[in-house]
Design a protein around this ligand. Structure first.
Ligand code: ADP
Length: 524
């Protein structure tokens, strides 16, 4: 079986890739040990076409754009630069597939998803290498993400069979009143670059489990992980047209997005990305009164109270702040520390940052901090640090671009931060820990809630009354108490305020792809 897949992948590879692209990819991956014999290599998952109606396709215009490894700046390969026309075609294919897919049983959908999960697990390491090559995150983190991505496939394989309606006690003896749950239709999805695999499966597998079909645009920086997932879905037996991936450059993203939002065929938009883009998509979806799920930016407070276990709080800060080099929407953003433990916490955090954080290429075993996604991201982080320094913050560690390469920034610790500084007001999206000193619980909660965002929030306390009080008062969708890493497949993920609409993962995630229909049978 493995051998058979292996030779098939070689055929696919020779069909899909021009030799020159293969070579560049090998250059980009040349620090990686080759796959063990009999195992598919990472480059066998590198597809230079988009995936529509079960076929690998080019853009109608023939345009392509290049993807680079953010660590080395080397080209990995290219993918089609699709536009509104290509998107419209994918929508029509997805609609035709929906008419068939919605008729399948929950068990049929579940079995295909289960097989897709198994295939993802079998190819975990190679998918992770692809992810590190295009996103830059350390290979260990990339493997963690593939586990997380696979977990959503498995979860929705299970949830597919747990969609129940209701029987309502009738208002008259001659009536029967029922609630049916039905797939909403074709779903349009737009995903970000910071979790190139997990954001695909968290959305698409919920939709597919519910009986919907999907047209998905991955982030321009990280299309390869999305396309690799399509290959595995196809091998698992997912019918043509159920999952369609349309790739586009940043220039074409607005027209692809607008086509999805304005299409009367698309019944649902699901987006993860910046608040600015989310608001545009929400507006564009108004003309067709579409259902919209948005998972947008955060500005996570991370509060350390006087009663906290300081060692645990520092470890929690490390995982919450520095995962993916600080580029997750649930990363600790403004760290609030009570005056009684402030000095101790800051000193210990500086010590642990020096001991544990290593900047470098994601394929280097010792690396904990890969590059930021592109030079624009580095410019932003640099200007946020400069702003803080200018307004009086103390620089205890790092603070500048790293000599590892154009897209690297040193892990940075800023003390004496105030609420006027950009690092407290904006989502940093980089490896910068910004610490604010506070006096009272009320003050900390007020600062935490002063943002328009409300995605994640964390606090450390050993006072039980305070734990209940603060957990209830924080205006967030996800709350970590004495824990800095709280995302889980089984738990609902989503924000309040301008951080978004809807929930993903958990038993609630599939609801976003279901319509509730009330059926009243009279005259009985
Ligand atoms: P970031 O700045 O972190 O890249 P974005 O919200 O800009 O966050 O990007 C997230 C996703 O949204 C990506 O897939 C990107 O291509 C897409 N995107 C960006 N702008 C638009 C737009 N105007 N319409 C549709 N999609 C967009």
């Amino acid at each position: 079986m493995v051998c058979c897949m292996c030779s098939r992948s070689v055929q696919i590879l020779s069909r899909q890739l021009k030799l020159s692209q293969l070579r560049v990819f090998h250059i980009a991956m040349d620090t990686v040990p080759p796959a063990a014999s009999g195992v598919r290599s990472a480059s066998s998952f590198l597809f230079d076409k988009a995936f529509v109606n079960g076929q690998w396709v080019t853009a109608k215009s023939g345009s392509v754009y290049q993807i680079t490894n953010p660590s080395t700046g080397k080209t990995i390969g290219s993918v089609p630069d699709m536009n509104a026309d290509d998107t419209q075609q994918a929508i029509e294919k997805a609609n035709a597939a929906f008419l068939r897919w919605r008729e399948t049983t929950a068990k049929e959908r579940s079995l295909i998803l289960r097989k897709w999960f198994d295939l993802t697990n079998q190819n975990k390491l190679e998918l992770a290498k692809l992810l590190t090559a295009e996103n830059g995150k350390p290979l260990k983190e990339a493997i963690g993400e593939i586990n997380y991505a696979a977990g959503f496939i498995e979860w929705y394989a299970e949830e597919a069979r747990r969609v129940y309606g209701d029987v309502i006690p009738p208002t008259a003896a001659s009536k029967r009143m029922l609630v049916l749950k039905q797939p909403i239709g074709v779903a349009g999805m737009i995903t970000p670059w910071n979790f190139p695999s997990a954001m695909i499966t968290r959305k698409a597998c919920a939709a597919i489990a519910a009986g919907c079909t999907v047209v998905l645009k991955p982030a321009e920086d990280t299309p390869f992980s999305a396309l690799a997932m399509c290959q595995l879905a196809k091998e698992a037996g997912l019918p043509d047209g159920v999952l369609n991936v349309v790739t586009s450059s940043r220039d074409n993203a607005p027209s692809v997005g607008n086509t999805l939002c304005a299409s009367p065929i698309i019944k649902k938009i699901s987006f993860t990305g910046s608040t600015v883009t989310g608001k545009i998509l929400l507006q564009q979806s108004a003309s067709t009164v579409k259902k919209v799920s948005l998972e947008l930016g955060g500005n996570a407070p991370f509060i350390v109270f006087d009663s906290a276990d300081i060692e645990a709080a520092v470890q929690g800060t490390m995982v919450s702040k520095f995962r993916c080099s600080g580029q997750t929407c649930v990363c600790a953003n403004k760290i609030l520390v009570q005056e009684g433990v402030y000095e101790r916490y800051v000193a210990r955090l500086a010590e642990v940052m020096k001991q544990e954080l290593r900047v470098g290429d994601g394929f280097d075993d010792s690396t904990t901090q890969g590059p930021l996604i592109n030079s624009k991201a580095v410019d932003k982080v640099e200007s946020i640090v400069e702003d803080a320094k200018k307004l009086g913050a103390g620089l205890l560690y790092g603070g500048k671009r790293s000599d590892k390469g154009e897209n690297f920034f040193e892990p940075t610790l800023l003390s004496n931060v105030t609420v006027e500084m950009r690092c407290a007001k904006e989502e940093i999206f980089g490896p910068v820990a910004a610490v604010i000193k506070f006096k009272t619980e009320e003050e900390a909660v007020a600062i935490a809630n002063s943002s328009n965002s409300g995605l994640a929030g964390y606090f450390y306390s050993q006072n039980l009354s305070q734990i209940w009080r603060v957990a209830e008062k924080l205006e967030v969708g996800l709350c970590g108490v004495n824990d800095g890493l709280i995302s889980a497949i089984e738990a609902p993920f989503g924000g309040v305020k301008e951080s978004g609409l809807g929930r993903e993962g958990s038993k609630y995630g599939i609801d976003d792809y279901l319509e509730i229909k009330y059926v009243c049978i009279g005259g009985l």
